[in-house]
Design a protein around this ligand. Structure first.
Ligand code: AMP
Length: 464
């Protein structure tokens, strides 16, 4: 028998069977009610496309899965491959269709995570849901699974729309839903800015059942009449607080108003700023709340340290840390400005480190290539602005470096949440140099506890 892949093995350990809902999970899930009504009125702006992902190849998947042997029927006499049989099963305590069960099996999702235990049954029952959880908790599948189970595969109309703050997150979410839908006849199309619109237009006709996209591009397609949302049954606002931060609030509202009032609305957000609460009241109907207590701020797996380093010494300080570590770790390095990203990535590359920069000023093609390199491991570290790194699920990041301090404590939590995921250990480092950095440092200490964030001395300031 092959030795289990360490990652999937870790996942198995993390996701122990969930008897109805474990006491530990129940303690972390808070349900409460709020009320609200739906509204309406359209609008649009912005531009272009994305690429179709899964869905279209269920037959190919079915054929490939046949060779794995599970559920196969004996070969037919005419030589045609037998159709695979799917048997409904359980995902923890949640009953799932055979097709979904097979996909979950392929993905090695053996048991639901807490947010999945909370959200999936509610979404399946048709309730509006507010999920308060960070990325890394499994929230994509928490809404992806009910979508795959609920939508009508026989109808070529857009039945669900998932809005995400960034292109990268949209692509990641679309890819995950596509994998969940591997054995279904559902098409998932991702629409985001920065890709030729013609490419996307092809994918939108006939309409896919699921659209995942960034609000600007979705509105653009709606304005062109290439995307109609009048048959939408489910809307998912993923990382709603991030969409608000990026300035997508009016776009989110416009899109919501273009969908039928009868829709099911679900919203996921790590934080609940006032605007998001207002949106919940205005656009959601008596939503059920599933709150997974934020763990990142106190996760013991993440060691948090900061260095007081003069602005001009930051590069040297980082190089000193790299010498200490021996090699470039799987790191995300955050900078405030795109120009700093470019400069730092260059400096590190010149030092022989396999790093790349990523920011919103780059073409989509370059960003996609950089992300692919990072995921494959060819690129060990990514130097990034906040926006480019938002919500990305990069499971094995071990180091998060705030080369420039974050603007506020919440941003810090988002950053350090990129490591220590799924129970792995991580190191979060912050350079504090400007006066305002010290204010942010104080805020962070309030949030995470002064003891959790240790001050260390940079080697460059230690007398030789
Ligand atoms: P997300 O919060 O959706 O970005 O998911 C974080 C990570 O958890 C991703 O790598 C997922 O593939 C993984 N994941 C999500 N749900 C499960 C599950 N039930 N079992 C194992 N891994 C999961």
């Amino acid at each position: 028998m092959a030795f289990p892949n360490p990652l999937s093995f870790a996942k198995r350990l993390l996701y122990r069977p969930a008897a109805p809902i474990s006491a530990e999970v129940r303690a972390r899930i808070v349900h409460h009610e709020s009320s609200g009504v739906a509204a309406l009125s359209p609008d649009s702006e912005e531009t272009v496309a994305g690429g179709a992902l899964a869905g279209e190849e269920p037959e190919a998947r079915r054929r490939r899965s046949r060779s794995k042997g599970h559920g196969d029927r004996p070969a037919r006499e005419d030589g045609a491959a037998p159709a695979r049989e799917f048997t409904p099963g359980m995902f923890g305590a949640i009953p799932v269709s055979g097709e979904l069960h097979a996909a979950l099996d392929d993905m090695e999702y053996l048991n639901p995570s807490p947010i999945q235990e909370g959200v999936i049954p509610l979404m399946k029952s048709g309730r509006d849901v507010v999920g308060q959880a960070q990325t890394g908790t499994g929230k994509t599948a928490a809404f992806g699974i009910p979508l795959v189970e609920k939508l009508d595969q026989t109808l070529n109309e857009v039945q669900a729309i998932v809005l995400c703050p960034t292109r990268e997150l949209a692509m990641q979410v679309a890819a995950e839903i596509s994998r969940l839908a591997s054995y279904c006849n559902l098409r998932v199309v991702c629409v985001y800015g920065g890709q030729p619109i013609a490419k996307q237009l092809e994918k939108l006709s006939p309409p896919p059942q699921i659209i995942v996209g960034t609000p600007g591009r979705v509105l653009d397609h709606m304005g062109r009449g290439t995307l109609k949302l009048d048959k939408v049954r489910v809307v998912v606002l993923d990382e709603a607080d991030e969409m608000l931060d990026i300035g997508f609030a009016p776009d989110m509202e416009r899109i919501l108003r273009m969908t039928p009032k009868s829709r099911q609305t679900t919203l996921f957000s790590a934080t609940m700023p006032t605007f998001i609460k207002r949106m919940i009241d205005r656009y959601m109907r008596n939503p059920e709340w599933v709150q997974i207590q934020p763990e990142q701020a106190t996760v013991p797996e993440i060691r948090q340290v900061y260095y007081e380093v003069a602005q001009r010494d930051k590069l040297r300080a980082l190089q000193a840390l790299l010498r200490e570590w021996g090699e470039m770790p799987r790191a995300l390095v955050f900078c405030k400005m795109q120009t700093t990203v470019d400069r730092l990535a260059n400096d590190l590359q010149r030092g022989g480190h396999p790093v790349e920069g990523i920011h919103g000023g780059m073409t989509q093609g370059v960003r996609t290539k950089v992300m692919a390199g990072f995921r494959s491991g060819a690129v060990k570290a990514l130097v990034s602005t906040n926006v480019a790194a938002r919500g990305l699920d990069i499971p094995d990041v071990t180091h998060v470096v705030s080369f420039d301090a974050p603007q506020n404590a919440e941003e810090y939590i988002h950053r350090i949440g990129r490591t220590g995921r799924m129970g792995r250990s991580g190191l979060a480092i912050m350079f504090v140099s400007e006066l305002e950095d010290f204010d942010v440092l104080d805020q962070i200490k309030v949030l995470v506890g002064a003891d959790a964030l240790a001050r260390e001395n940079s080697a460059i300031y230690v007398a030789k």
